[in-house]
Each structure stands twice: as C-alpha cells, then as structure tokens.
Design a protein around this ligand. Structure first.
Ligand SMILES: C[C@@](CO)(OP(=O)(O)O)[C@H](O)COP(=O)(O)OP(=O)(O)OC[C@H]1O[C@@H](n2ccc(N)nc2=O)[C@H](O)[C@@H]1O
Ligand SMILES: Nc1ncnc2c1ncn2[C@@H]1O[C@H](COP(=O)(O)OP(=O)(O)O)[C@@H](O)[C@H]1O
Length: 305
C-alpha cells in the first residue's frame, strides 16, 4: 500500500471541437471528440509525512515557470481526493513533463488525472470510477478525458465523456510554440467573433463515421475546431504554420484545442516522419517537432508495488 507509484498520462487532440454560445455559468457548451495521443507526462508519488510537488520541465520548453506547489493543479487534485476520503493530502510528487504547457494539449489536465490515479493507490483508498470522474470534472473540463483516454465524445462543458468506435491508427505531427495561449482568452475571442453563436454546439456525425471506418482521408476532411479562427486571429503566424505542414504533405493541419500547438494528420508513420523532418530548418521558432500516434490509453499505472 505504501510503495511508490508512477502514472503515465497522455496529451489530447480535439478532432472536433464544436462550441456553442456561453451558458449562464460562463462555460461554453461543447460537442467535442477527444483523442489521446502518444505524448505523455509521468507522475511519481512517494510516501511522505508532508505534501510536496516538483515539476521537471525539459530544456526545450525554454525554462517556463509552472505554478508553485500551492497553485499547481496536482495539489488541487490531491486536496479534492483527500477531502473526499476525509484525509489530509500527504506524499512527495514528482512530475516529468513532455506535454507542451498551455499548448492546447491538456498537459495540466493529464497531470491532474495522473495525480488522482497515483494518490488513490498510494493512499490505498480505492475510489470508485464514478467518484474519480466526478472529482476530475471539478478539477477541469478536460480532466475526465485524461482518465478515460482512447477516442471519446465530450459533452456538457467537455467533462462528460463516452468512448466512441475508432478502428484506425492515426499518425500526428505536433508543432508546439514556446509562447502558450490562455484558454479563457481564446474562448473570449470566440465570443467576440461569434456574438450570435447557437446554444447547441455543432454535431460531428461525419467525423465519427470516419473514425469508425479508420479512413485517414475521410478523417482529414471532417476535422473541425471552432477555436481555430480565434486562435489564429490572436496569433496570425499559426495560420502560416498550418499551411506549411499541409504543403509538406500532411493530409490536414489543425490547431489543438485552444492552441497554440499545431497538429498535422498524416497518412502513415513514414509520412509523419517526413512532415516532421520538413520543419527541421525552422528550429529557432520550433525547437521540437513531435511525432505521435493515437489513440492511446488514459492515465495508467506503469509501476506496481
Ligand atoms: C479548449 C479545451 C478543449 O478541450 O482544451 P485546451 O485547449 O485548454 O487544452 C477545453 O475546453 C479547456 O478545458 P480546461 O483547460 O480543462 O478548462 P477549465 O479549466 O474547465 O476552464 C478554464 C476556462 O476555460 C473556459 N472554458 C472552458 C471549458 C468550456 N467548455 N468553456 C469555457 O468557456 C472558461 O473561461 C474557464 O474558466
Ligand atoms: N502541472 C501543471 N502542468 C501544466 N500546467 C499547469 C500545471 N498546473 C497548473 N498549470 C497551469 O495550467 C494552465 C494550462 O496549462 P495546460 O493544461 O498545459 O494547457 P492547455 O489548457 O492549453 O491544454 C497554464 O496556465 C499552466 O501554468
């Protein structure tokens, strides 16, 4: 019960991000199709009498500062889970980040989901799946999906997740930017651009059929992100980056969530490596270019004790 636990949690791409007019609570109703991709943060929780969080950030993220222990989403996750069980949070947590920060790939949500799974085991509290999903939804709209993984439909504000049929292996190139974009700012700009948005978010029927068929060309034709236009309006260079990847052979370029990471769907693993290689001459602006496949598992233990 007290051994160290390491949990691996994936980044996500929104294959479809349909956004409706803001609700009374300020959140936007979504109909989104999430896919977990093979780019992960790893979180290790060790027994301790006190509570601590350390985050290890790779050099390529340019020394980005993450919130302190107090404000880190991992601490918020620990507090909510501990409160649910009538406990005080204890443990020494170490996070190794690989998912771009504030990049629209839900890295913070992945860390929160990993913390819930690791601490549940570390504390030996056997939280039910329903309770874990509910606590995840309180932490953030994207956190329940980071627990579930695979390919899933997200509704409500994104926190209600249900797996969908997906027979493909999908190959993605991800091009992060060093400067993140604020999710609330991109939603606010969506409201400015779409003052008459319908309350119901747009459906994803054709995209769901492409996933079920495993057809990359059909998937490319049906990818949709309603936050793409506002993100490009805030960062016009992202539009050029999408054009560039498509000119290099990607089936389709797309902003991931609220951005600024650009993702490119490719026909095969070889095609993805070729597109990634084409960005190598621009290493000042894009120090890393990642190749990842999907769908992969949600937050899962990778050590057992
Ligand atoms: C845009 C998306 C698409 O999956 O992902 P990211 O780009 O952040 O990865 C999500 O909706 C982000 O989800 P998440 O990052 O968990 O957001 P939350 O913590 O729940 O909310 C942060 C803020 O985003 C806005 N927000 C979020 C979700 C939603 N359905 N409507 C909103 O308007 C609100 O301003 C809210 O205060
Ligand atoms: N453990 C964490 N990892 C990454 N970001 C975190 C973490 N804890 C809090 N944050 C904050 O959450 C915000 C959103 O980050 P992130 O989840 O990486 O991006 P996004 O919402 O664009 O997918 C950032 O402002 C970041 O500083």
């Amino acid at each position: 019960m007290n051994a160290e636990r390491t949990v691996r949690a994936p980044a996500k791409i929104n294959l479809h991000l349909g956004v409706g007019a803001p609700r009374e609570d300020g959140y936007h109703p979504l109909l989104t199709v999430y896919q977990a991709v093979g780019l992960h943060d790893d979180l290790t929780a060790r027994p301790s009498d006190t509570w601590s969080v350390e985050v290890e950030v790779p050099d390529w993220m340019g020394g980005i500062a993450l919130p302190t222990v107090e404000d880190n989403i991992v601490t918020r996750a620990a507090r909510l889970l501990a409160r649910h069980h009538g406990l005080e949070p204890t443990g020494a947590v170490h996070v190794v980040k690989s998912i771009p920060v504030a990049g629209g790939m839900a890295g913070g949500s992945a860390d929160a989901a990993a913390a819930l799974v690791a601490l549940d085991r570390l504390w030996g509290v056997q939280t039910s799946d329903d309770d874990l999903l509910r606590i995840a939804g309180e932490l953030g709209s994207d956190v329940p999906f980071a627990l579930v993984g695979g390919t899933a439909l997200g509704t409500g504000r994104g926190e209600l997740v249900a797996p969908v049929a997906d027979t493909g292996t999908w190959w993605w190139v991800a091009v992060p930017s060093l400067d993140g974009l604020s999710t609330p700012a991109v939603y606010r700009h969506f409201d400015e651009l779409h003052p008459d948005a319908a309350p119901e978010p747009p459906a994803a029927d054709d995209l769901l059929a492409a996933l079920a068929a495993g057809d990359p060309h059909a998937l490319a034709a049906t990818l949709r992100n309603d936050l793409q236009a506002p993100a490009i309006d805030l960062r016009p260079e992202l539009g050029d980056l999408l054009d560039r990847g498509e000119a290099e052979g990607a089936l389709r370029g797309l902003i991931s969530g609220s951005g600024p990471t650009c993702v490119f769907l490719c026909e095969s693993a070889d095609a993805a490596r070729a597109v990634a290689g084409a960005f190598a001459d621009d290493s000042d602006r894009h120090p890393v270019v990642l190749v990842a496949n999907g769908a992969v598992a949600g937050a899962h233990l990778v050590t057992y004790g």
